[in-house]
Design a protein around this ligand. Structure first.
Ligand code: ADP
Ligand code: ADP
Ligand code: ZN
Length: 222
C-alpha cells in the first residue's frame, strides 16, 4: 500500500505517519526529514537546500524527486510507503507517478488532513522533537508524560526546527496554498482522495485514517 499524507505545515502529517510506521509495516518517506539530514551532513544537496528551507520556500522539484527515487531504490519499502510532505507541486506529482510506475507500483490513497489555518501557527511554533529518537511533541497538545523526558527513548534532549517560527510559517502556508493545494484535483479526478478532519485530536485522526486504509484491505479480501 502506498499512500500520500497531504496537508499544510502543522496539519499532523509527521505525527500520523509516525503512528502508521509503528502500527503497520509501513515506511515513512519525509522529504523534509531527508532534506534536514542533507543539511546536517553538509552534502551538496544540503548546501543548496539550507537557505531555501530557512526562508520557508520550496526546494527544487528535481532535488526532492531524486531523493524519493533513491529512497525507493534503497529497499525495505515493499510493505508500503507513506509519502509525507511529498509531492508538494504538480511536477512532483507527475514525477511520483513515474517513479512508482517504473517500479511496478502505484498509489492507493491520498489522505488530506483538513485543518483550520488559524490553528496551524500555534501547532508549528509549539512543535519540538526528541533529539535522539525523533518522536514529535508539542508544548500544549502533546507534552512528554514526564516533563523533559522522551516517552519513547528516555532522552532528555529535545530540538526545535529553525523554520518553525511565525514568519516562516506564513511563507510556508502561502507556498502550500499556491503550489500544493492545486495538486488535489489531479488526485480527486482519479478517485484517490479521502478527507480527514485534522482538527480532531491525534487519536481520533489516527482512527479515521485507519478506517480508510482498512477499507482497502477489506475490499482486497473479495
Ligand atoms: P506536519 O508534519 O504536518 O507539519 P506535525 O505532525 O509535525 O505536522 O504536527 C505539528 C505539531 O502539532 C506537532 O507538535 C504535533 O505534536 C502537533 N499535532 C499534530 N497533530 C495534532 C492534532 N490532531 N491536534 C493537536 N496537535 C497536533
Ligand atoms: P512541514 O512538516 O512543516 O510540512 P517539512 O518538514 O515537510 O515541513 O518541510 C520543511 C521544508 O523542507 C519546506 O518548507 C521546504 O523548504 C522543504 N521541503 C520539504 N519537502 C519538500 C518538497 N516535497 N518540495 C520542496 N521542498 C520541500
Ligand atoms: Zn526519544
Amino acid at each position: 500500500m502506498n499512500i500520500i499524507l497531504l496537508g499544510p505545515p502543522g496539519a499532523g502529517k509527521g505525527t500520523q505517519a509516525g503512528r502508521l510506521v509503528s502500527e503497520r509495516a509501513m515506511v515513512q518517506l519525509s522529504t523534509g526529514d531527508m532534506l534536514r539530514a542533507a543539511v546536517k551532513s553538509g552534502s551538496p544537496v544540503g548546501l543548496r537546500a539550507k537557505a531555501v528551507m530557512e526562508a520557508g520556500e520550496l526546494v527544487s522539484d528535481s532535488i526532492v524527486s531524486a531523493l524519493i527515487g533513491e529512497r525507493l531504490d534503497a529497499g525495505g519499502t515493499d510493505a508500503g510507503v507513506i509519502f509525507d510532505g511529498f509531492p508538494r507541486t504538480a511536477p512532483q506529482a507527475e514525477a511520483l507517478d513515474l517513479l512508482l510506475a517504473e517500479r511496478g507500483r502505484s498509489l492507493d490513497y491520498v489522505v488530506e488532513l483538513e485543518v483550520d489555518e488559524a490553528a496551524l501557527t500555534e501547532r508549528v511554533v509549539g512543535r519540538f522533537t526528541c533529539a535522539r529518537c525523533g518522536e514529535g511533541y508539542h508544548d500544549v497538545f502533546k507534552r512528554p508524560v514526564k516533563a523533559g523526558v522522551c516517552d519513547v527513548c528516555g532522552s532528555t534532549e529535545f530540538k526545535r526546527r529553525p523554520d518553525d517560527n511565525a514568519d516562516t510559517v506564513a511563507t510556508r502556508m502561502a507556498e502550500y496554498r499556491a503550489k500544493t493545494a492545486p495538486i488535489l484535483p489531479i488526485y480527486e479526478a482519479r478517485g484517490l482522495v479521502y478527507r480527514v478532519n485534522g482538527m480532531a485530536d491525534i487519536e481520533e485522526v489516527a482512527g479515521a485514517i485507519g478506517i480508510i486504509l482498512d477499507k482497502g484491505g477489506a475490499l482486497d479480501a473479495f
